[in-house]
Design a protein around this ligand. Structure first.
Ligand code: GLY
Ligand code: MN
Ligand code: MN
Length: 435
């Protein structure tokens, strides 16, 4: 539990005088009386380690009690069906929480807890039912101040507050990320070994899932994308239900989550183990850009430089491949590259696949943030040529390539957390289908 207490200490410095309210993630019905599997709100887990639904954290730095939680009661009958619950006493003892209440006591206790604070941190629009309750809380806190002229407490965004802590990974965080990224990389290798013509995307997804669970992952970090042939051009392809055909590429974007940290790797390779000349033309360009971006990554680089470089380099590739017929500058000004490269090259990575943290620094002028040690993110350029694109040379139509690694910035450069997953052509061709 020390790691959670340490994080709360860091948060206390930023939120002194205020109170942070974090609500557990809602449970969602899958069908009838079956729920989707539950995963705690990331910020609530980050600060407490608590995994039960129907819970609220009220954190009041410097006050007594400082850490307050509202949780579900013990319930022998429900526990027979759904499993163990800590209850308020277990929560206080096992999670080192100063004061715990039953969740149904929230309405009665909250105004008193918030009466002394000068601002609140809360994220709207996660749970709209709770948003309504929160507005009521603001009103009752105001009333508790009487006619003092203080009005409603100001409300700031709890995600930006906690996100700024999460964006710089500690040594513990990086160790956890190495684990999640290592599991992910080895699972990608298992899929490579199992890939051959006639396998279905679903069967390969099964190989990935089997591998991550065998390695003690908790779950996928996001919905896996297993896209053969032109399906790779659908960026968030979800069906994963086609047969992988001889002569097609396979794009697989999948990550393992372990102790709430996730990997996020994409690899693209030929189903039959041998790239065609046309596939190589696209793959080599994406690989070259991807490797150069990893090499460029070091403290002080503006985050947006990665995207600008990617746009320039991939636009050059589009011109060389005959996809775009104007010069680089015009193609960029008119955003023609977006037809073949529509997404960003990077996002923060950590406990959420698209992790929290600001990309711009606030000030008179918004400027892109500079990289610093401990910041972790993906590097994922791609080129996608729609199968029905009449502007593209016929041999390139339906080819989609993305190559994605996860890196953490170090004092002098970066550590590639996913280097165990091969991406060189010779490495891939030596391993595909050799399971
Ligand atoms: N897997 C989602 C992404 O790469 O952003
Ligand atoms: Mn990604
Ligand atoms: Mn990805």
């Amino acid at each position: 539990m020390e790691v959670f207490a340490r994080r709360r200490r860091l948060l206390a410095e930023k939120a002194k005088g205020g109170a942070v309210i974090l609500v557990s993630h809602p449970e969602y019905i899958r069908n009838n009386d079956v729920h989707h599997s539950y995963r705690q709100d990331t910020n609530l887990f980050y600060l407490t380690g608590w995994e039960e639904p129907d819970s609220i954290l009220v954190f009041r730095p410097g006050r007594t009690p400082e850490t307050v939680m509202f949780v579900r009661p013990k319930d022998v009958e429900r526990e027979t069906w759904d499993g163990f619950r800590y209850g308020p006493a277990g929560c206080a003892q096992e999670f080192k929480i100063d004061k715990t209440y039953l969740i149904e006591e929230f309405d009665k206790e909250i105004a008193e807890l918030l009466k002394p604070v000068d601002r609140l941190y809360y994220r709207f629009n996660i749970d709209q039912e709770f948003d309504r309750k929160f507005l009521g809380v603001l009103e009752s806190v105001k009333r508790s101040h009487g006619r003092s002229g203080r009005g409603h407490l100001p409300v700031l965004d709890s995600w930006e507050l906690v996100g700024e802590l999460r964006v710089i990974k500690t040594a513990d965080d990086v160790e956890a990320m190495r684990k999640a990224c290592g599991i992910t990389a080895r699972a990608h290798v298992d899929v490579m070994k199992a890939t051959k013509p006639g396998k279905t995307e679903r069967q390969l997804l099964g190989v990935f899932l089997g591998s991550i669970y065998n390695q003690n992952a908790d779950r996928e970090g996001y919905g896996s994308i297993v896209a053969s042939g032109a399906n790779a051009c659908t960026l968030h392809y979800v069906f994963n239900d086609q047969v992988c055909r001889d002569g097609d590429l396979l794009l697989i974007d999948a990550g393992a989550e372990a102790r709430y940290y996730t990997g996020d790797i994409t690899r693209t390779y030929p189903v039959n183990g041998k790239f065609t000349a046309a596939q190589r033309k696209v793959y080599d360009r994406v690989l070259e850009v991807q490797k150069d971006l990893v090499t460029m990554t070091k403290p002080g680089l503006a985050f947006k430089t990665l995207q600008e470089t990617t746009i320039e380099r991939l636009t050059d590739a589009m011109i060389d491949l005959g996809l775009i017929k104007v010069k680089r500058q015009e193609a960029i000004e008119r955003m023609l590259f977006k037809k073949y490269y529509p997404h960003g090259v990077s996002h923060y990575l950590g406990m959420d696949v698209h992790d929290t943290g600001l990309y711009q620094t606030l000030g008179e002028n918004m400027v892109s943030r500079n990289l610093e040690p401990g910041v972790a993110f993906t590097i994922e350029p791609g080129l996608y040529i729609p199968w029905d694109d009449k502007d593209a040379p016929e041999e390139l139509r339906g080819i989609g390539v993305r190559i994605e690694d996860d890196v953490v910035v170090t004092a002098t450069g970066c550590e590639n957390l996913t280097s165990e997953a091969p991406k060189e052509v010779s490495e891939l061709e030596a391993i595909i289908g050799r399971g």
